[in-house]
Design a protein around this ligand. Structure first.
Ligand SMILES: NC(=O)c1ccc[n+]([C@@H]2O[C@H](COP(=O)([O-])OP(=O)(O)OC[C@H]3O[C@@H](n4cnc5c(N)ncnc54)[C@H](OP(=O)(O)O)[C@@H]3O)[C@@H](O)[C@H]2O)c1
Length: 330
């Protein structure tokens, strides 16, 4: 496993991070001994960053991750998230403080390495929609800074979902250490220029904008929620259905698009579509860690083996870009 700097935090994270979310589901719905085995193996193979959230399994992911790490006696970097609900938008600082206290309790930790805002960024928030606007920013930052002074968090970041323009303004404003960005074979726009008429949300190289501000980028949806495995079958503990983020309208359409990269497998360039997707994500040096949502020990070991094959070669990346351009057109 190789390691990269997480922006200006001084923390070193593994190129591959362990996603403890609901889509993969192991840390939410898995059997405890299977979680313990997978987390122990991840640590053994060099994974140094675990991503969870208060929302995943309604706190269950934090509870399980905390219990497993305590039992193993390991202390890797852990990031979690705070999601503000509409009534919280009038009391942002108190709501963030309460959420972090609850996360600390569930994780059984004294300090969180990385706390991230889980809300998307929108131009205007409404009574039933908890998107945050730039107007909420100062209060969010004050809350995170106060928690840092109390020794409860070390660093803080945002989730790069929502309107592209808002996200660029949020990143340009500085103040945050990290951003979670959608980056995958189907939608690589956070890390490269895409042609006019690109069919999905264009993140306009958010990763590069973040790097210019010494922010760390954490890639999410590297496997498009599983669609980049090229099959619609889901693992028994995985989420039964996945709503795509910034790709096609539905999962089946993402799977169909993913299959357009199958020529790379057929000619032996990569061993699987999953390998192509993981190696594509780590080919962008400005991405500090690429998260993969894990359903089983087998998936974890496979994902790590893929990452250990390193970034794609320049030739393969050229071919990937050609396929991406064709996929975008049709
Ligand atoms: N901040 C945010 O709002 C946000 C949003 C999304 C994700 N995240 C974070 O990013 C992490 C990853 O994202 P994600 O879980 O949404 O999507 P993902 O990593 O793109 O996809 C996860 C799915 O990929 C499949 N998979 C994983 N490893 C595999 C392997 N080796 N071989 C074959 N298939 C494999 C599994 O699906 P099958 O069921 O098909 O096996 C799994 O459910 C999350 O756990 C979370 O920590 C954050």
């Amino acid at each position: 496993m190789k390691y990269r700097m997480l922006g200006r935090t001084g923390l070193k994270v593994s190129e591959l991070g362990f996603g403890c979310g609901s889509v993969g589901g192991l840390l939410v719905r898995g059997e405890y001994p299977k979680m313990r085995r997978a987390v122990a193996r991840a640590l053994e193979l060099g994974i140094a960053y675990f991503d969870t959230a208060s929302l995943y399994g309604d706190g269950q992911s934090e509870v399980n991750l905390g219990a497993v790490l305590r039992e193993i006696g390991a202390d890797p970097l852990v990031g979690t998230k705070v999601r503000l609900e509409p009534p919280d938008l009038d009391r942002v600082e108190a709501a963030i403080a309460e959420s972090v206290e609850a996360s600390l309790r569930r994780l059984g930790r004294e300090r969180i390495d990385l706390i991230q805002l889980h809300n998307p960024f929108v131009p205007h928030s409404g009574p039933d929609w908890a998107g945050v606007t730039l107007h909420h920013f100062p209060a969010v930052l004050r809350a995170f800074e106060a928690l840092e002074r109390q020794g409860k968090v070390r660093f803080w970041g945002i989730t790069g979902l929502g309107e592209t323009e808002m996200l660029h303004q949020a990143v340009t404003g500085g103040g945050f250490h990290t951003v979670q960005v959608v980056y995958n074979l189907l939608n690589p726009s956070a890390g490269m220029q895409v042609p006019a008429g690109f069919p999905y949300q264009d993140y306009r190289q958010l990763v590069d904008r973040a790097a210019s501000k010494q922010m760390g980028s954490i890639a999410i949806r590297v496997l498009a929620g599983g669609a980049l495995s090229g099959t619609p079958d889901r693992h028994p503990v995985a989420a039964r259905s996945v709503t795509p983020i910034a790709t096609e309208r539905d999962y089946a359409a993402d799977v169909a698009r993913a299959r357009r990269f199958a020529c790379l497998v057929e000619d032996g360039t990569v061993g699987s579509l999953v390998e192509a997707a993981i190696r594509f994500a780590i080919s962008k040096p400005e991405i500090s860690t690429a998260l993969v949502g894990i359903s089983s020990l087998e998936q974890l070991e496979h994902a790590i083996a893929c990452a250990n094959r390193g970034p794609l070669s320049a030739d393969t990346l050229r071919r990937v870009h050609e396929i991406q351009a064709q996929v975008a057109k049709t």
